[in-house]
Ligand binder design. Structure first.
Ligand code: ZN
Ligand code: ZN
Ligand code: ZN
Length: 370
């Protein structure tokens, strides 16, 4: 049985044990994970229907039929629908053939278009729909050695790109130009970006999700570079913080030190059986102790794999116990409004005995370029 068939079987086992009759998977990383196939539906309904027992089927726009046939899970049932007819009749027929009961409990892909979900519950009014991410990500969160290899390759690529970019910065270059530099470096290596590179100069770094713009680089700016790539469909994601010349705000040195120690405190705790929230707390305790607790304004990390962000989330309230093969980011940060921000992010994998980082070790002290 190939890995995709196996993943579908595992999903069906999980559905049976939790009392679900059907899963509706949209054109997302979930579909890619289960079938090796995904295509942009461009707003048209393009779904994989998985009954708890029996053969799954694709319902796809007729223009996607051929490509869907090449799915790697060996799913032979492809139901194409035409723009002129819509998909409702095909779905109703198919659910009947699959023996899906009227009041079925249905797992629905969190990213299925709301419009499609609304239509679905209109045409089959008894359906009880539940968000599927939690259940499907249960299958995805433990990575096998092949997946870990691909994630390591992605990590190596992005570490190398960060070095290149850091070595090429000059006064006056804009955030957008650096963003392009990252994309060009990735293209040179023949790999895809995992997400739009986040490049933040000076006070822009105090906004963790700042959209890079035409801000020029000044001597004294603290720079936050958050970049990621993909290898064989698996993501990398790192953040490096450094100063371009001596930092205009000398306390950047102490803030960096706090974030660095928080990053290590979190990683030192990671081992099978430790909860996600304990890891978050370990990072937070360091930063709070240093007096910056109010400025650490996000969770410590997120799972990563086929999606850039996926469970497990390293956040207060998540009592999930870590297990070997889980991969997630450790990325504490401190953001001082209108001054600067510091974030240090690496990806770690839980091992049998503890943890290992997929990335090169971040500098223990704030790097001062130039
Ligand atoms: Zn983020
Ligand atoms: Zn991240
Ligand atoms: Zn990141």
């Amino acid at each position: 049985m190939n890995e995709f068939k196996q993943r579908i079987c595992e999903l069906q086992r999980l559905m049976t044990s939790q009392g679900y009759d059907l899963a509706v998977v949209s054109w997302t990383d979930q579909m890619r994970y289960l079938t090796g196939y995904v295509e942009n539906g461009h707003k048209r309904l393009l779904v994989l229907l998985v009954p708890s027992t029996g053969e799954p089927a694709f319902v796809v726009p007729s223009l996607n039929e051929q490509a869907a046939r090449a799915n790697r899970a060996g799913i032979e049932r492809i139901v194409p629908w035409q723009d002129s007819d819509g998909w409702a009749a095909s779905v109703i027929d198919l659910l009947g053939e699959m023996g899906i009961p009227d009041r079925a409990k249905v797992l629905v892909d969190d990213e299925l278009h709301a419009g499609h979900l609304i239509s679905l519950v209109e045409i089959v009014p008894g359906l009880q729909v539940v968000a599927a991410d939690e259940a499907i990500s249960m299958l995805r969160r433990i990575k096998n050695t092949v997946e870990l290899d691909w994630m390591q390759r992605a990590a190596d690529d992005i570490d190398a790109v960060a070095d290149e970019v850091m070595g090429s910065l000059v006064t006056g270059i804009t955030e957008r130009a650096v963003q392009q530099m990252v994309l060009d470096e990735l293209a040179t290596r023949g790999v895809e970006p995992g997400f739009t590179p986040l490049v933040c100069f000076g006070s822009n770094g105090a906004m963790p999700h700042h959209d890079s713009n035409n801000t020029p680089l000044h001597v004294g700016d603290v720079v936050v570079l958050d970049i990621g790539s993909m290898y064989n469909g698996y993501h990398s994601d790192i953040t490096r913080t450094f100063s371009f010349g001596s930092p205009a705000f000398p306390e950047a040195v102490a803030v960096y030190d706090s974030v660095f120690r928080a990053n290590h405190a979190a990683r030192a705790l990671v081992a099978p059986g430790v909860t996600c929230e304990a890891v978050d707390d370990a990072a937070r305790r360091v930063i709070t102790h240093d007096g910056f607790g109010d400025f650490f304004i996000h969770r410590t990390g997120h799972g990563i794999g086929m999606s850039g962000h996926e469970p497990p989330y390293i956040v207060k309230g998540n009592d999930l116990a870590l297990a070997p093969g889980m991969c997630f980011s450790v990325e504490p940060g401190i953001y001082l409004p209108s001054r600067f921000g510091v974030r240090i992010e690496v990806i770690v994998a839980v091992t049998e005995s503890g943890v290992r980082s997929l990335n090169v070790e971040p500098s223990a002290e704030l790097v001062i370029l130039r």
